[in-house]
Design a protein around this ligand. Sequence first.
Ligand code: SAH
Ligand code: SF4
Length: 411
Amino acid sequence: MTIMHEAAAAAIPGFVEKAPLERYVAPDKPSLIGMSRTELAAALGELGVPPAQRKMRAQQLWHWLYVRGATGFEVMTSVSKELRADLERRFTLARPEVVTEQVSVDGTRKWLLRLPGESDERPHEVECVYIPETGRGTLCISSQVGCTLTCTFCHTGTQRLVRNLTAGEIVGQIMVARDRLGDWPGAQPPEGAIVPTDGGRFVTNIVMMGMGEPLYNFEAVRDALLVVADNEGIAISKRKITVSTSGVVPNIARTGEEIGVMLAVSLHAVRDDLRNELVPLNRKYPIAELLEACRTYPGLTNAKRITFEYVMLKGVNDSLADARALVRLLKGIPAKINLIPFNPWPGAVHACSEWETIERFSEVVFDAGYSAPVRTPRGRDILAACGQLKSATEKLSVRERMALRAMAMTE
Ligand code: SAH
Ligand code: SF4
């Protein structure tokens, strides 16, 4: 079945998919971060904890990991000394390593994170961005190093090195952000940090809009987000977690059924001929199939809408006829429309639409009854505005290395 599917994909003219080039090489001592409760219980079993105690012990660890933010076993006072020593011998609480941290004048923070690579010459790196706003803090995280797809306007799509992140590396990005922001009980934010000031948590929303196509790494993304949403741990509600996809149709229903988070779809064009060019995956899953999957997305209601992302490309997809076609196309789907000014990157063939064009486009969308927020670029001074993420993995210039997309889901 899978083989036929792949063979059929290979036969689609113009659709080229990069095979993941690199594997994940597990460290000798694995980190407990990202394990499910069942995996934690199994890990405890390996250490000789009797079956009757495993569930309770796993629950204790869960609390130390995800409520208290423990970075070492020594602080786990409710766990016996012997068990702590055993845990220490076999496991770590390691998060991805922070290579650089940049802070924008508007408070946006960007971290370059290093993950284990197959060789030391080619470390695997991803970026992660925090966007503080009044009353909430959004973290934009990555699902892959690079991306196997090749959307023409996206810098990540030009990166050759590709590998899937593990569930631990996906959860690890949130742990790093909370560590650096002092977002744990008893911790303090760094001097001068901009964080939501309503007395609540600092990371309140998660968007999977960093590097990679999350629905091409479905199992790891699912397992990670179930850890993140667990209400006895990190406890970020599924309504505050958004997965963005370029349209991997077979995994859209699964996202609703198996994860139950909010969906964003990178539409960007209203006709197949144009979308085939901009988002080559459209050759495999054309607009009609994509929208049918959206229409039947599990849990969809007027209060739980799908966000359609539409990048504004000068002279390509930004006419008023396109705007009218867009609202016709989405008729009957509980939708929000997010217009994204294109963020140029070195070597990009596209340009961003004129501001007046974006305004006129958004009026058509607004008049049709949709709120049409234009995503405000954030973190411009550290090049963390939505646009183009390509990590240092391929020896980029400093400027390119710093370029990265951060999507604030502003409404
Ligand atoms: N692979 C997923 C998620 C990551 S991309 C997806 O494609 O949806 C997150 C969003 O950034 C997508 O809507 C993507 O189309 C958009 N994007 C990519 N490059 C961009 C650029 N240079 N300027 C503006 N938006 C961009
Ligand atoms: Fe991959 Fe999304 Fe970029 Fe397309 S827009 S290349 S799917 S990260």
